[in-house]
Design a protein around this ligand. Sequence first.
Ligand code: UT7
Length: 329
Amino acid sequence: MNSGCSIVGLGLHLPRTCVTNAELERIVETSDEWIRTRSGITTRYFAQPDETCSVLAYHAATAALRDAGMSAHELTHIFVGTFSGDYNLPTTACLLQNMLGIAGIPAVDLAAACTGFLYGLESARAFTSLYPEARILVVGSEVTTSRINFEDRTTCVLFGDGAGAAIATGQANPGPIRVLDVMLKADGSVGHLLTVRGGGSACRPVLHESIGPEYFVQMQGREVFKHAVRFMADISSTLIQRNGLRPEDIDLFIPHQANLRIIEAVAKKLGVSMEQFFVNVDRIGNTSAASVPIALTEARAMGRIQPGMKVLLTAFGGGFTWGAALLQF
Ligand code: UT7
């Protein structure tokens, strides 16, 4: 285990446009009541065309840099978790690097769906053990609505857009939030339950007419729900035990914000009260890879995290991929 990695800055950015359940009622056959009772969501943010994935990432990154009191020129690496980048090429990480005006440093996208930020954080932890001087920008940024079928009521009411960012440093520049431990998992055998196939090289030919439902998120909701609960609860519990702790020793759980009922079920499985869980899915919806860093940034800004607290992040997403991270504030 490597405890030489810490977080020195956090930031988030949400698009300008907040969309209510009532507005979605005008687009698909749904109801505010169904959305609230099945998912806990009341609003989410939709990016306008000028608010691309890299633009959202840029605003979250500059907020994190401000929080860290750092200039972009001090960064050494960039990792961006996303499934809805501006393009296939150039990557969103390279677009972001260019916007920050810091050509030269390594920059790469990580495709791990909603677990993208945790994959980025573990990559940062590995890089900081190789390079103790590293100052790594880890971003989760999504314009999920670019990949949502607004004729599919089972998915379009759940997702939103946004970005969250953290700056991770090595032993040479220790910060106020220590990354004590991270655990990642994946299981490709159940990947077909949550897909965005269109635009991939196996979906040839890419003609204008070929843009159909395959181009958008397709999800077997109930099956995904069950896996999300089991995997997030199991990995959280394993990580907690691996660090000699019990669930009640965690001051705040910050789970992926996909559905309030999923969060409640994870809390129940871990045997802890919902008071120990941070929730913002009601206001922000499911922002995939951006969900965990947005929630972490908000939780701290709202005073839910104080120095000395132990915080557990956990996420689950397409692939399937899932993970957890233990932080010490
Ligand atoms: O980010 C990680 C990946 N995503 C997730 O973790 C999401 C996981 N899944 C879920 O959160 C839930 O399964 C959903 C919110 C997607 C659905 O909730 P559910 O309780 O599993 O509902 P269901 O899919 O079993 O559908 C129940 C009913 C169906 O009607 P019938 O067959 O009972 O007549 C659906 O057609 O609700 C209907 N329905 C809707 N009704 C109104 C589905 N979507 C809607 C809708 N408005 N938007």
